[in-house]
Design a protein around this ligand. Structure first.
Ligand SMILES: O=c1[nH]c(=O)c2[nH]c(=O)[nH]c2[nH]1
Length: 296
C-alpha cells in the first residue's frame, strides 16, 4: 500500500501562438490570415510518469508544440473547429497510449480592408474547445465561443418589479443603460454533427462559419431590438432563437457582466434635470449573469 494515488492528470502545451498567411496562389497577393493561440492537453496511459518517474510514456510538451505548428503549416485550416479536430485525431492516432485530447484554440479577429492588409478587431475573439476521448469517438464535445464583444444600448432597457427587502436600495427603472462584454458559447450536438474525421477533412467548415455568424448576428439583433426586461430575460431570448435557427446546436450559454452606468444627480446645480444623458461608468462592482439553455 502506498500513501497516495493519482486522482487525475493531463498535460500538454499552452500558448502556442502563430499567424498563418493563407495565399490563394504564389503570385497573387490576395491573402487571408489566422492568428491563433493553441492549447493541447493529453490523457492516456501516463500514470507511471507521475507515480514511477517513468518518462518513457511522456511525449514531450515540446513535441506537442512542434506538432501544432507543423499541422498548422501543412493543412488547410480554414476553421479552428477543423484544426481542433485534426489535432485531437493526430495525437490519439499517432501514439497508442495517448487516448484523449483537449484542444483549445483562441482566434483573434482581423478584419480585411484590402487584399493583404487588415485591421485588428480589438478584444473580440473566437474560441473553439474540443474534448475528445478515443473510447467514445462520437461523443466528443465541441464548443465554439464568441468572447470580448462589448456592446451598449442607451435606451430600451428596464429593470423593475424585482425582489424588494430591507437590504434593497436599487431604484426600479424603465429606462437605463445596458452594457456587457458578450461571452456566448455554442455547444454542438455531436450526434447530429457527425464524426471528427469528417470535421477534420473540412466538410463542416461552411456549417461552422454560418452557425457562428448567425449566432453572433442574433445576439446583436435581439440586443438592439428588444426592450429588455432584464439581462436574464434577454439572454434567454437570444439563446432560444439560436436553438430555433440551428438544429446542430445543443446548448447555448451566455456569461454576461452587467456593466453599470449610474446616472449623475445634478439637482444641486440649480435643479438641473438629467434625463438619462450623463452617466458615471462604474468599473466595479458589476453584475454577472450566466445561463445555459437547451432544447425541449
Ligand atoms: O438585468 C438585471 N438583472 C439583475 O439581476 C440585476 N440586479 C441589479 O441590481 N440590476 C440588475 N439588472
Amino acid at each position: 500500500m502506498t500513501y497516495s494515488y493519482l486522482q487525475s492528470s493531463t498535460y500538454g502545451k499552452d500558448n502556442v501562438k502563430f499567424l498563418k498567411v493563407i495565399k490563394d496562389s504564389k503570385d497573387n497577393k490576395n491573402h487571408e490570415i489566422m492568428e491563433c493561440n493553441v492549447q493541447v492537453l493529453l490523457t492516456g496511459q501516463l500514470e507511471t510518469s507521475y507515480t514511477e518517474a517513468n518518462n518513457k510514456v511522456i511525449v514531450p510538451t515540446d513535441t506537442v508544440k512542434n506538432t501544432i505548428l507543423i499541422l498548422a503549416k501543412k493543412n488547410n485550416i480554414e476553421t479552428t473547429e477543423k484544426f481542433a479536430a485534426l489535432l485531437a485525431l493526430h495525437f490519439t492516432n499517432k501514439y497508442n497510449h495517448i487516448t484523449g485530447a483537449t484542444v483549445k484554440i483562441i482566434q483573434q479577429k482581423w478584419n480585411k480592408y484590402h487584399q493583404h492588409s487588415f485591421i485588428h478587431g480589438g478584444a473580440e475573439e473566437k474560441i473553439v474547445e474540443l474534448f475528445y476521448k478515443q473510447e467514445n469517438p462520437l461523443e466528443y464535445k465541441l464548443v465554439t465561443s464568441l468572447k470580448g464583444l462589448t456592446v451598449l444600448k442607451s435606451t430600451n432597457s428596464m429593470f423593475y418589479d424585482y425582489n424588494v427587502c430591507d437590504y434593497t436600495t436599487l431604484q426600479p427603472t424603465k429606462d437605463r443603460i445596458l452594457s456587457t462584454d458578450i461571452l456566448m458559447k455554442i455547444e454542438f450536438d455531436s450526434s447530429k454533427l457527425g464524426s471528427l474525421e469528417d470535421i477534420s477533412k473540412g466538410s463542416k467548415n461552411l456549417t461552422f462559419d454560418s452557425i457562428f455568424d448567425s449566432s453572433k448576428a442574433t445576439t446583436l439583433t435581439i440586443f438592439k431590438e428588444e426592450n429588455s426586461a432584464s439581462v436574464q430575460a434577454t439572454m434567454y431570448n437570444m439563446a432560444t432563437k439560436i436553438l430555433q435557427d440551428n438544429e446542430l446546436v445543443k446548448f447555448v450559454t451566455y456569461e454576461l457582466p452587467n456593466k453599470h452606468y449610474i446616472l449623475f444627480n445634478l439637482e444641486w446645480f440649480d435643479g438641473e434635470k438629467n434625463e438619462n444623458e450623463l452617466f458615471y461608468p462604474a468599473s466595479d462592482p458589476n453584475g454577472l449573469i450566466k445561463c445555459t439553455v437547451g432544447r425541449n
